[in-house]
Ligand binder design. Structure first.
Ligand code: 5GP
Length: 192
């Protein structure tokens, strides 16, 4: 099957919506020519996370240097004092390898990227069943302290209001259904 890979597929959602699960599933599908845009962040790595695979882990001085050098296509202070950004070089690296770029990015970043690449990008908002369910998932994940969970829930409430600014809203009530819908969306978009 022939795909047009000079494209961007943006997944945004409040944290705990299952966004990473959906993104990782798509990346594991060998019949789809997709590669993950590795972001820079100033947050500390979680136990399983590796520099240069999950994120480029930077201190805030280096992150600010990269902002000043205009290396980012977008960046956000996603949480107070925690910066996340997408390098312009990631898009080039992935397009050069004849793959489409997949982003796992916050809502503000997703909207910013869509406006920079209106034709080449598909922006997908992943909607969790409810705020209560999202909070339950964040707790089950067991990676964050209570204060951080509360911060993520507060941000999620704001982010849910922006869903209509995305090309597609993908409901994640039932994971197998959401995974299949995501596969269909992506393969259709790459064929267009
Ligand atoms: P986490 O700390 O859970 O890995 O990510 C926190 C949030 O930051 C998630 O919503 C994630 O999608 C978002 N994020 C990751 N990379 C980027 C990026 O490069 N830019 C923006 N704006 N958000 C990002």
């Amino acid at each position: 099957m022939s795909f047009n890979t000079e494209k961007l597929i943006i997944f945004s959602a409040p944290s705990g919506s299952g966004k990473s699960t959906i993104v990782n599933h798509l990346l594991s599908k060998t019949d789809l020519p997709l590669a993950f845009s590795i972001s820079a962040t100033t947050r500390s790595p979680r136990d399983h996370e590796k520099d240069g695979i999950h994120y480029y882990f930077l201190n805030s001085t280096n992150f600010k240097e990269d902002i000043a050098a205009e290396k980012f296509i977008e960046y956000e202070e996603v949480y107070p004092d925690l910066f996340y950004g997408t390098y312009k070089s990631e898009i080039k690296r992935i397009w050069d390898s004849k793959q489409a770029v997949v982003f796992d990015i916050d809502v503000a970043g997703g909207i910013a990227l869509k406006s920079k690449f209106p034709k080449e990008s598909l922006s997908v908002f992943i909607q969790p069943p409810s705020v209560e369910e999202l909070e339950r998932r964040l707790r089950m994940r067991n990676t964050d302290q209570e204060e951080i969970i509360q911060m993520r829930v507060a941000k999620a409430k704001e982010e849910l209001l922006t869903a209509s600014r995305f090309d597609v809203i993908l409901k994640n009530d039932d994971l197998p259904t959401a995974l299949k819908e995501a596969e269909d969306l992506v393969s259709q978009f790459l064929k267009a």
